[in-house]
Ligand binder design. Structure first.
Ligand code: B1M
Length: 221
C-alpha cells in the first residue's frame, strides 16, 4: 500500500469504527515512517469530524460515534509514545480533566499527549470530574496549571462552577486556569474568568507555556 492509501484506509475504517483495522493500519503507517502528526491530522481527526457531521445530519447515531471514538483511541495509544517525549526535563505540572456531565475524552487525551511532549508532568483525573474533585486534586498535586475540557454546549457552564469552587477553597491565586473543547471560544473563556484558552492541542501547549513563563516572571520580580 502507498502512504496515501494507508491514510485513506485509516480514514475509512475510523469512520465505520473498525478498531482492529484502524490499529493495524496505524501500525503499518508508523512502520512506513508516516509522521504521527500526518496520521493524526490527515486521517484520524478528519474521520471523527465527518462522524460528527453525519451525527448532526441524522445519518449516524450515538453507537456509531462511540465505535468511531474507540477506533480513534486505539490509534492514539500507538501514537502517544511518538508524540510525547516523556524523557524531557519537566517544566511544570498540568492537572487535566473533562468537566462534570461530559464523557468526551479523546480531545483531552490528545492535549495531554502534546503537553507531555512539551515537558509537562500531566495528571489526568478523567471525565465527568466534579468541582470538588478538581479542588481535592489541586490540594493533593499542587499543579501549576489546571485545565478543564468541555465538549458540549450544555457542559461548558461547568467551567464557571469549577472556578467558583476553586475560589471558594482559596486556591484561585495558586493556579493558572485553562479551558478548551470543541464548542469553547476565547470570548467564553474570558466570560468565565479563565486565564487561558486554546482551540487545539498544539495551541493549548503553547498557551500553557506562555502563561507559566509570565507567572514565573511575575513571581521572580
Ligand atoms: Co459526542 N458530541 N456526544 N460523543 N462527539 C460531539 C462533541 C458533537 C459536536 C457531535 C455533533 O453533533 N456534531 C455533539 C456536541 C454538540 C454541542 O453540544 N455543541 C455531541 C453530542 C451531542 C453528544 C451526545 C449528547 C449525543 C447523545 O447522547 N445524544 C453525547 C453526550 C455524552 C456526554 O458527554 N454526556 C455524546 C457522546 C459521544 C460518545 C460517547 C459516543 C463519543 C465520545 C467518545 C470519547 O470521547 N471517548 C462521542 C464522539 C466521538 C463525538 C465526536 C464525533 C468526536 C469528538 C472527538 O473526539 N473529536 C464529536 C464531533 C466532533 O467533534 N466533530 C461529538 C476529535 C478531537 C481530537 O477533537 O474533541 O475537539 P476535540 O478536541 C480538540 C479541541 O477541542 C481541543 O484540543 C483537542 C485536540 O486538538 N481541546 C482543548 C480539548 N480540550 C481542551 C482543553 C484545553 C485546550 C484545548 O485547555 C485545557
Amino acid at each position: 500500500m502507498t502512504n496515501d492509501e494507508i491514510l485513506q484506509q485509516i480514514y475509512d475504517n475510523t469512520l465505520v469504527g473498525n478498531k482492529p483495522e484502524v490499529v493495524a493500519l496505524t501500525e503499518e503507517g508508523i512502520e512506513a515512517q508516516i509522521p504521527p502528526e500526518t496520521l493524526l491530522f490527515e486521517a484520524l481527526i478528519p474521520a471523527l469530524e465527518e462522524v460528527g457531521a453525519r451525527f448532526e445530519r441524522g445519518d449516524f447515531f450515538v453507537p456509531e460515534m462511540l465505535i468511531a471514538g474507540r477506533a480513534m483511541s486505539g490509534a492514539l495509544e500507538l501514537l502517544r509514545p511518538l508524540l510525547a517525549d516523556s524523557g524531557s526535563e519537566k517544566i511544570g505540572t498540568f492537572l487535566m480533566g473533562t468537566v462534570k456531565g461530559d464523557v468526551h475524552d479523546i480531545g483531552k487525551n490528545l492535549v495531554d499527549i502534546m503537553l507531555e511532549g512539551a515537558g509537562f508532568n500531566v495528571i489526568d483525573i478523567g471525565v465527568q470530574v466534579a468541582p470538588e474533585t478538581f479542588v481535592e486534586a489541586i490540594q493533593e498535586h499542587k499543579p501549576d496549571v489546571v485545565g478543564f475540557s468541555a465538549f458540549l454546549t450544555t457542559t461548558m457552564p461547568m467551567f464557571k462552577v469549577n472556578i467558583e469552587a476553586i475560589e471558594k477553597a482559596g486556591l484561585r491565586d495558586e493556579v493558572i486556569i485553562m479551558v478548551g473543547g470543541a464548542p469553547v471560544t476565547q470570548e467564553y473563556a474570558d466570560v468565565v474568568g479563565a486565564d487561558g484558552y486554546a482551540p487545539d492541542a498544539a495551541g493549548a501547549t503553547k498557551r500553557a507555556k506562555e502563561l507559566l513563563e509570565q507567572r514565573r516572571a511575575l513571581t521572580a520580580a
